[in-house]
Design a protein around this ligand. Structure first.
Ligand SMILES: [Zn+2]
Length: 410
C-alpha cells in the first residue's frame, strides 16, 4: 500500500471528525490555536532537504509522514497514523545526511498524540542510543518534539531501535541453524510478505506451547524480549534440555510484517488491529496463524500461549486466579519472575493483571476460551533499553520453563 492510499484514508477520517484543518496541507495537518510550536503553513517538501541536508524514509520501517522546510532550514515532520481512531503509538524512523555537520532543527509533530517513544540515534541501524535530554525538547503537552542534531555524516533517528523484516529473517536463519528449531513460512501477509514460523519436531507425548509476537509494529521491546526468550528455551543447559524433553514449541515471531515494513503505528495492511481478530479471523495473517497452530496441534491439546507486546510498564496480562485448567500458573510464574529479578538485584519489576473480556478478540481471550489454558500477554516496558528487554526475556524464559516443568509433574 502506498503512502498515498494512507493519506486518503486519513483525510476521509479527519473530515468525518470535523477537525479544523489547514486545507492546503492535504487534510493531514491539524491546527490548534494554542499550539506554540505549530509549524508555519508551508507546502510539503519533496524531497525533504535543505542545502546539503537530506532527510529520507526510503528504507524498511522508514516513516516520517510529511516533511516541510521553512526558509531558515528548520524541518517539520508531520507524523500521521495509518488510520484513525488509533492507539497512540506514533512511529517514526528516518535517515539524516548531514555532510557539513550543520546544526539541524527537526520538529516532530504527532497529529495531536503524545509522542510515546523518546527518539533513538544510530549510525548503522543496529546499535542504538537514546538522544540526550539536551538534544530533545518536548512541547505542546508532549505532542511535539524538537530535535537538535549536529552529528556529521549519515545517521538514523527512530522511535525505537529498528527491528525490521530482514532482522526477523536473519534471526530465524540463525536460530534454526544453531538449534533444533526448524524454520518455515506459514503463509503470506496481505501485502505478500512472508509469515515466518519456527518449531521443534512434534512428539505426540509432549505438551504443546505457542509463542506469538509483533502483532503491533512499534512494540519493539517486546520483540527484543521474544528473541532472548526463545534463545533461552533453545539453550544447551540442563533446564532448557529438560524443558524440550517435555514440550513441543511453535513460534510465530512476526505476525504483522506489512505494518513493520511500512512503519505503521498499530494496524495491518487492511487497517485492522490483528490483536482484535482472533476468533473473527478476517485477516490473512491471523487466518494463516490459526491454521498453522491447528496443524501443529493436530488432535493434541495446547498447554500455554504467550503473546509478546510493549506498553508503559512490564506487565503480564493473564486470566484471574482460578481460571483455566492451570489456575495458579500465572500467579506462580509472576512471583517467580520477580523473585529472580530480586536475586539478580535488577532494578526492574514485573506487574500482573488478571482479567477476562469476552468481547475483545485478542489472542489472550481466544486461546483461553478455546483451550482453557493460561493465555498470557507479555508486555515489556517501552522504556526498557535493548539490554534490559533482552535480560527480561531470559528471566521470563527460565522461570517459565521451571513453572511449566513443575506443573507437569503435579
Ligand atoms: Zn500491543
Amino acid at each position: 500500500m502506498s503512502l498515498n492510499k494512507r493519506s486518503i484514508f486519513k483525510c476521509a477520517s479527519v473530515v468525518v471528525l470535523g477537525c479544523a484543518l489547514v486545507i492546503t496541507a492535504g487534510c493531514q495537518y491539524q491546527k490548534s490555536s494554542n499550539d506554540s510550536t505549530q509549524a508555519p503553513t508551508l507546502v510539503p517538501s519533496e524531497p525533504c532537504e535543505h542545502g546539503n541536508i537530506v532527510i529520507e524514509q526510503d528504507f524498511e520501517s522508514g516513516q516520517f509522514g510529511e516533511c516541510r522546510v521553512d526558509a531558515k532550514g528548520n524541518f517539520y515532520l508531520n507524523i500521521v497514523p495509518e488510520a484513525t481512531p488509533i492507539n497512540p503509538s506514533p512511529w517514526y524512523a528516518f535517515k539524516v545526511a548531514n555532510p557539513d555537520a550543520e546544526n539541524i532543527n527537526v520538529q516532530l509533530h504527532f497529529s495531536g498524540y503524545w509522542y510515546r517513544y523518546w527518539p533513538k540515534f544510530s549510525r548503522d541501524k543496529h546499535s542504538w542510543q537514546s538522544l540526550s535530554r539536551e538534544q530533545v525538547i518536548a512541547n505542546d503537552e508532549q505532542k511535539t518534539l524538537t530535535l537538535n542534531l549536529a552529528e556529521q555524516g549519515d545517521f538514523y533517528i527512530a522511535a525505537q531501535p529498528i527491528v525490521d523484516n530482514q532482522h526477523y529473517q536473519q534471526w530465524v536463519n540463525k536460530i534454526s541453524a544453531l538449534s533444533d528449531l526448524s524454520a518455515s513460512q506459514f503463509g503470506q501477509s496481505d501485502g505478500g510478505r512472508a509469515l515466518l514460523a519456527l518449531q521443534t519436531s512434534v512428539d505426540d507425548s509432549k505438551a504443546n506451547i505457542v509463542i506469538l509476537g509483533r502483532q503491533h509494529p512499534p512494540e519493539v521491546t517486546g520483540a527484543m524480549a521474544l528473541f532472548t526468550f526463545v534463545e533461552t528455551l533453545m539453550a544447551n543447559d540442563a533446564l532448557a534440555q529438560d524443558f524440550r524433553e517435555h514440550f513441543n514449541l511453535l513460534i510465530l515471531p512476526n505476525l504483522n510484517p506489512d505494518g513493520v515494513a511500512q512503519g505503521y503505528w498499530r494496524l495491518n495492511n487492511n487497517f485492522t488491529d490483528l490483536n482484535r481478530d482472533w476468533g473473527a479471523f478476517n485477516e490473512p495473517e491471523i487466518q494463516h496463524a490459526n491454521a498453522a497452530i491447528e496443524k501443529f496441534l493436530g488432535e493434541n491439546p495446547l498447554m500455554s500461549m504467550l503473546d509478546f507486546h510493549s506498553t508503559k510498564k512490564n506487565i503480564l496480562y493473564t486470566q484471574k486466579d482460578g481460571q483455566s485448567r492451570f489456575p495458579q500458573f500465572a500467579n506462580n510464574w509472576h512471583q517467580a519472575i520477580n523473585q529472580e529479578l530480586r536475586e539478580q538485584n535488577q532494578d526492574i519489576t514485573m506487574a500482573r493483571k488478571g482479567s477476562h473480556n469476552p468481547k475483545l478478540n485478542t489472542a489472550k481471550r481466544y486461546f483461553y476460551e478455546r483451550y482453557d489454558i493460561p493465555a498470557i500477554t507479555v508486555e515489556l516496558d517501552d522504556v526498557n533499553n535493548q539490554s534490559e528487554a533482552e535480560s527480561l526475556g531470559r528471566v521470563i524464559a527460565r522461570t517459565y520453563m521451571q513453572q511449566l516443568l513443575e506443573l507437569r509433574t503435579q
